[in-house]
Design a protein around this ligand. Structure first.
Ligand code: THU
Length: 145
C-alpha cells in the first residue's frame, strides 16, 4: 500500500474544489478530493439542477471523472469539505451520502483498497475507512449466479 497523502493538503484540495460548486438551490457547496496510489489527485464539486433530484454530488462526480479518465482502482484516500454560502464551513464533519459511498466503493473495489475517508467540518476531521462508512456493501461478487 502506498503512503497516504498529507491529510491537511487533501482536505485543502477538497475545499478548493468546492469553490467550483454549482449549488444555487441548496447554497451548500461540497468539494471532494480523491488521492490515488500514483500520487494523482482528482477533485469534484457538487453540480445542482433546477430539477432538484438530478443534482450530482461532489464525490460521485470526482469518482466519475477519475473513471472516465481511465482509472480503475488505486484509490487510497478521500477528503470531503463543505460549506453553506452563509458560513465559513460546515458545522459538523461532512460524511458522504449513501449513493456516494456506493460509487466510491465500486472504484476502490477495482483495486482492492479500503480508502481512508477524511470528513472535514465543525473544526474537526472525522477519519474513517470506506468499509466503516459502507459495511456489508453490495458488490460485484453478489451478481454472480
Ligand atoms: N452533497 C454532496 O455533494 N455530497 C454529499 O455527500 C452530500 C450532499 C451535495 C448535494 C447537494 O448539492 C448539496 O450537497 C446539499 O445536499
Amino acid at each position: 500500500m502506498s503512503a497516504l497523502p498529507d491529510r491537511a493538503a487533501l482536505i485543502q484540495a477538497a475545499g478548493d474544489a468546492a469553490r467550483n460548486a454549482y449549488a444555487p438551490y441548496s447554497g451548500f457547496r461540497v468539494g471532494a478530493a480523491l488521492a490515488f496510489d500514483d500520487g494523482t489527485v482528482v477533485t469534484g464539486a457538487n453540480v445542482e439542477n433546477a430539477s432538484y433530484g438530478l443534482s450530482l454530488c461532489a464525490e460521485t462526480l470526482a469518482a466519475g471523472l477519475a473513471m472516465s479518465g481511465g482509472r480503475r482502482g488505486g484509490l487510497i484516500a478521500v477528503a470531503i469539505s463543505g460549506a453553506g454560502d452563509a458560513h465559513g464551513g460546515s458545522d459538523v464533519a461532512l460524511t458522504p451520502c449513501g449513493r456516494c459511498r456506493q460509487v466510491l466503493g465500486e472504484l476502490a473495489g477495482l483495486g482492492d483498497t479500503d480508502p481512508v475517508v477524511w470528513c472535514s467540518g465543525g473544526g474537526d476531521t472525522l477519519e474513517l475507512r470506506l468499509s466503516e462508512l459502507l459495511p456489508h456493501a453490495f458488490g460485484p461478487n453478489m451478481l454472480k449466479s
